[in-house]
Ligand binder design. Sequence first.
Ligand SMILES: [Zn+2]
Length: 207
Amino acid sequence: MSKRRSIKPMFSLSPVLFRNSDIAGRGVFARRRFEPGEVVVPYAPRQRRVPAGSAEASTASHTKLTLLSGDQVIIPDTAVPGGWLCNHSCEPNATLYASGEGRIQCLRPISPGEEVTIFYGWVSENEPHRDPCHCGSPRCRGFINFDVTDGDAAHVEIIDGPQAVMDDVVRARFEEYGVFLRSIGQEQVEEAIIQTLARMKGRSAVR
Ligand SMILES: [Zn+2]
């Protein structure tokens, strides 16, 4: 509009800072306050996209940094910092959305200086102690991953939906985790657990 408005500031502060974290490695830190729903940082400012199911997508998935976005897989260029550096917390203040280019969005108010954390929602198979958690939250569960064992799968039936029907032997543990997930707004992880169980059941069926 006016000429004055078109003049660029001499420098602009990025809304986040990437630096070493007490949780693990480098983390993402807020430089200003964020309100719920605001985009905090793009997942990967520089990225490549490859078709889901391609050999390249499969190889890149070992980094645990790839995101499934529609029928494509986003592979971050790790030379450029971004939301892919967010650490996990058992009480996250942000959420990762994989749609489009991928973004980290504020879940509850974040203060300047606070580390921006997301919930990884990793589901492991027969590796209960795979990913120790150091998030420091009073609600920390000790591990990032929720583990599903062959023993669990034996007590579960998968029906159309898919839905998992479980007997009393394992129900309490899964229900407790479901209540926890809903309390931090991460109920989508239940879907990942059911998918994992379905895959394990399918695998055992063909044995
Ligand atoms: Zn934790």
